[in-house]
Design a protein around this ligand. Structure first.
Ligand code: HEM
Length: 258
């Protein structure tokens, strides 16, 4: 079967990219299969379960945005460093994917104009950030695993998370504070994910490297879970506010933000 992805290139143009039948050795398949179990674990962390039920305390959500800010700052810094590297260049989509600036605007909304002096990088986030920098500088092919874990995840569940957060914290319908979840350069998340998968599959990588990429993606999931667990611990120390505004989770999402 052949799939065709229509994807905006960010300048309003649309181009097509064909994806041949996928095999078990294709990187997109190797990564999906190799992270299936850890994905289920991530979905079942307390913080994520609470979030999906609309049990989101604003203070905790803000700290989550701070963690994402440091994570994406590191990741996108390393992506910029490696944008011409043959093992990353085909996955370089700054205008479609990059989240650093959206997160900076979200933090400005939540913390005000002097947000930078009010936020800091937590311990669990710092460990994640350190690994991203290490990979970007010492073993750039592994950056693919970090980009996959975050961007493909954001494109899969983002819209549902945005709606839950908007409703639970009564944020404005205009999207302020939630720009992270809004990919203005992507019209169809499904088509973009197909393009991204076919770009991953075109990278010239041997099986040994694909296995290292799975290991790194599993690590990336664990770094995310450690951040969730840290937020959960902090949550136990701050008062409850916005609760009971949950939404149904599965079925509503369909694996696509569009
Ligand atoms: C894909 C749901 C948390 C990373 C998906 C898909 C769904 C989903 C339905 C399917 C997309 C498709 O078929 O195209 C959820 C739910 C979560 C959650 C309900 C809990 C809130 C996470 C977390 C991460 C993550 C915490 C990592 C930080 C990914 C990745 C994919 C994905 C990398 C792409 C899989 C692939 O097609 O190769 N998610 N997810 N997800 N998710 Fe999640």
């Amino acid at each position: 079967m052949e799939a065709t992805a229509n994807v905006s290139n960010g300048a309003g143009l649309v181009y097509e990219e064909k994806e041949d039948t996928l095999g078990p050795e294709d990187l997109s398949e190797v990564l999906a299969a190799g992270t299936k179990e850890v994905h289920e674990k991530a979905e079942n962390t307390q913080f994520v379960k609470d979030f999906l039920r609309g049990r989101i305390r604003k203070e905790l959500f803000k700290l989550g945005a701070v963690a994402l800010y440091y994570t994406y700052t590191a990741m996108e810094e390393e992506i910029e460093r490696n944008k011409d590297h043959p093992h990353f260049a085909p996955l370089y989509f700054p205008s479609e994917l990059h989240r650093h600036e959206a997160l900076a605007r979200d933090l400005e909304y939540f913390y005000g104009p002097d947000w930078q002096s009010q936020v800091s990088c937590s311990q669990a986030t710092q460990r994640y950030v350190d690994r991203i920098h290490q990979v970007g500088q010492e073993d750039p092919v592994l950056l693919v695993a970090h980009a996959y874990t975050r961007y493909m995840g954001d494109l899969s569940g983002g819209q549902v998370l945005k709606k839950v957060a908007q409703r639970a914290m009564k944020l404005p319908p205009t999207g302020e504070g939630l720009e992270f979840y809004q990919f203005d350069g992507i019209h169809s998340a499904k088509a973009f994910k197909q393009l991204y998968r076919s770009r991953m599959n075109d990278l010239e990588l041997d099986m040994e490297t694909k296995k290292r990429l799975v290991e790194e993606a599993v690590k990336a999931f664990h770094f995310n879970m450690e951040v969730f667990e840290e937020l959960d611990e902090i949550g136990k120390t701050i008062p409850e506010d916005a609760l009971n505004a949950g939404m149904p989770v599965h079925g509503a999402m369909g694996g696509d933000i569009s």
